[in-house]
Write a protein that binds this ligand. Structure first.
Ligand SMILES: Nc1ncnc2c1ncn2[C@@H]1O[C@H](COP(=O)(O)OP(=O)(O)OP(=O)(O)O)[C@@H](O)[C@H]1O
Length: 606
């Protein structure tokens, strides 16, 4: 990784904002760089090359039919590897070697993300937990407090010790508390919600379904836990993780998302659904069809919570949480996770939480020091050439290239394929099948370049992504944080490169702050433009020049909350209260209907 970072450093791309040196594109320079690779890959937008990505991790047709059970939620047949809850006791299924390989892989598997050399450094990141009576964190994976079966599954996943967010979330959920957790990208937030929810569920069992539900003609799913995620790909990934950690237990995970056949998803629900992972639009659809009841939900998780409560999704979330039959905030536990938590979203989140603990691992919205960040000054017309330069300097690993629009994603992918690169694209105008195939080709390395819109910015955990390139910078610095977080995960190192020019002035302040706090070099041109931009203010989302998007900490500690919060347990220094998002006004957008689709105001999402 240091090698890649050095090579990028040596490139003569960044000629500063005055451009006196004049950028010379590589094809005019007789660049001696490595020839673009041509391994016969013809992915592109219509890639037909790959086998379908396994969205289910193991082939359901080979699941076998042993070990069926029923939970009290009226679920149907339960496949091998699924345990039962019988007479108030958990009866785990027998171990199944083949399934263990399918679920947990083998250590040499390139799809297996092992924790990197900097994994132990997570322990040095300051942690602050604020709220009333914060419980002591765990220090190791042990049973108790974790359920014995969960512990076995954690061992099968080769997790040897909890990350900071996991250390705190386990006792917080066990104490019956709500949680808003903010931790850096790639630091194990998925386990942060799955481990405590599953550990409690394994020990306490399902809630009995209402009497009327059992014999009714149409089966209805009564999940105990619901996890909401903003994209289909992220929902699928969480589902894959849930399959690992629910292995042999009574908890059957199911995933539903838009853009896929609703009939087959309904049949999956009929087979049992105790932990439901969903995108909001499809969940609303299935609620309207009467296929799902939320009446028995004990745990509600919002992954990428700030995104889920952002303007595009908030009406849908409100309908799911407040407009259907989900137990009220006092009768369920609500957990929110993200790497970024703008202050205005923290305000909004109050409606969904009760007496919650706010947990921050590192500064809210900060980036991992495992990612080496570079900002290059490149004018729009030079970006393609500069990209070729960068790609010729990259050796191994996968490169994720972010652009702002779907059209640009297609154009750039075509350009890269013309240059004999193995590239593919993911964005909201591609069909679900195309998106799955693109991601599968990228994961497997058949396409080592993935051109993506913001749809791939959050949550995706793809091993071996060594380089993230912001070909176009986003207009919100929080989006930058999530995008570059696709590399440098689980203690591994990574490199991120962004093309900056004066068109990106709206995030210059935020970029300077992010780079500074992550101990990265801040190029002189960035400081200059940042100074020029001082004093100019804009509104949220429309570009604001003077502050970081994310609040620095629990907004209740900034003196503008009315909730009570008590002593905080801090594993490190307290944070200053710089930067607020300015409490954006939501106004009428909140009441807009959710019905039509999962589209949001941000066109590049879908
Ligand atoms: N305790 C652990 N030990 C080793 N590896 C872990 C542990 N917890 C999680 N991981 C691994 O770390 C990687 C990142 O985890 P995860 O995807 O949950 O991060 P995240 O914090 O949700 O990131 P993002 O903010 O991008 O969504 C995954 O590959 C996961 O398997």
């Amino acid at each position: 990784m240091a090698e890649l970072s050095n090579q990028v450093e040596k490139l003569d791309i960044n000629v500063g904002s005055d451009r006196k040196g004049g950028y010379v594109p590589p094809h005019l320079r007789n660049s001696g760089g490595r020839r673009p690779r041509n391994d016969g890959f013809e992915a592109g937008r219509g890639d037909r090359s790959g086998s379908r990505g396994s969205f289910f991790g193991f082939d359901r047709r080979s699941e076998g039919r042993g070990g069926f059970g029923r939970n009290s939620g009226g679920s149907g047949f339960r496949p091998a590897g699924t345990g039962k809850w019988v007479d108030g006791k958990h009866v785990p299924a027998a171990r199944n070697e083949k399934m263990e390989v399918q679920l947990f892989g083998v250590a040499e598997d390139p799809n297996f993300q092992s924790s990197g050399i900097n994994f132990d450094n997570y322990d040095d990141i300051p942690v602050e937990a604020s709220g009333e009576e914060v419980p002591e964190p765990i220090t190791e994976f042990t049973s108790p407090p974790l359920d014995e079966l969960l512990l076995e599954n954690i061992k099968l996943a080769r997790f040897t010790k909890p990350t900071p967010v996991q250390k705190y979330s386990v006792p917080i959920v066990a104490k019956g508390r709500d949680l808003m957790a903010c931790a850096q990208t790639g630091s194990g937030k998925t386990g942060g919600f799955l481990f405590p929810v599953l550990s409690e569920s394994f020990s306490t069992g399902p809630s009995p379904a209402p009497e009327g539900a059992k014999g009714s003609y149409m089966r209805k799913a009564f999940p105990t836990a619901v996890v909401l995620a903003p994209t289909r790909e992220l929902a699928t990934q969480i589902f894959d993780e849930a399959k690992k950690f629910t292995y042999r237990s009574w908890v059957r995970p199911t995933v539903v998302y838009g853009g896929a056949d609703v009939g087959s998803q309904m049949r999956e629900l009929d087979r049992g659904c105790d932990l439901l992972v969903a995108t909001p639009g499809r969940l609303n659809d299935l609620l309207e069809r009467g296929k799902i009841s939320l009446a028995k939900v004990k745990y509600l998780v919002l992954d990428e919570a700030d995104r889920m409560l952002d303007m595009g999704f908030e009406p849908q979330i409100r309908h799911i949480v407040e407009g259907c039959d989900m137990p009220g905030v006092e009768n369920r536990q609500t957990l929110m996770f993200s790497a970024t938590f703008p202050v205005d979203i923290q305000h909004l989140a109050r409606d969904f939480l009760s007496d919650y603990i706010f947990l921050s691992v590192g500064r809210v919205g900060s980036t991992s020091e495992n990612i080496t960040q570079r900002i290059l000054y490149v004018e729009d017309e030079d970006k393609k050439s500069a990209l070729l330069d960068l790609l010729s300097a990259s050796n191994d690993g996968l490169t994720l290239i972010f652009v702002e629009t779907k059209r640009m994603a297609d154009q750039l992918t075509d350009f890269l394929i013309m240059q004999n690169f193995a590239a593919t694209a993911i964005h909201g105008d591609r069909t679900q099948g195309e998106r799955e195939r693109a991601l599968a080709a990228f994961r497997s390395g058949r396409a080592n370049l993935l051109v993506a819109t913001a749809v791939a910015a959050r949550g995706l955990d793809i091993p071996n992504v060594t380089h993230v390139i912001n070909y176009d910078l986003p207009s919100d610095v929080d989006d930058y944080v999530h995008r570059i977080g696709r590399t440098g995960r689980a203690g591994n190192t990574g490199v991120s490169t962004a093309f900056f020019n004066r068109g990106n002035k709206n995030i210059v302040k935020g970029l300077v702050e992010i780079l500074t706090e992550a101990n990265q070099d801040v190029p002189a041109f960035l400081n200059d433009i940042s100074r020029e931009s001082s004093g100019i203010r804009g509104g949220r989302g429309g570009g604001f020049f003077n502050s970081r998007a994310s609040g620095s900490r629990d907004y209740r500690k900034q003196g503008n909350g009315n909730g009570s919060w008590g002593a905080s347990r801090s594993g490190g220094s307290n944070w200053g209260s710089s930067g607020s998002r300015g409490g954006g006004s939501w106004g009428s957008s909140r009441s807009s209907g959710w019905g039509a689709s999962e589209s949001s105001g941000n066109s590049s999402w879908w």
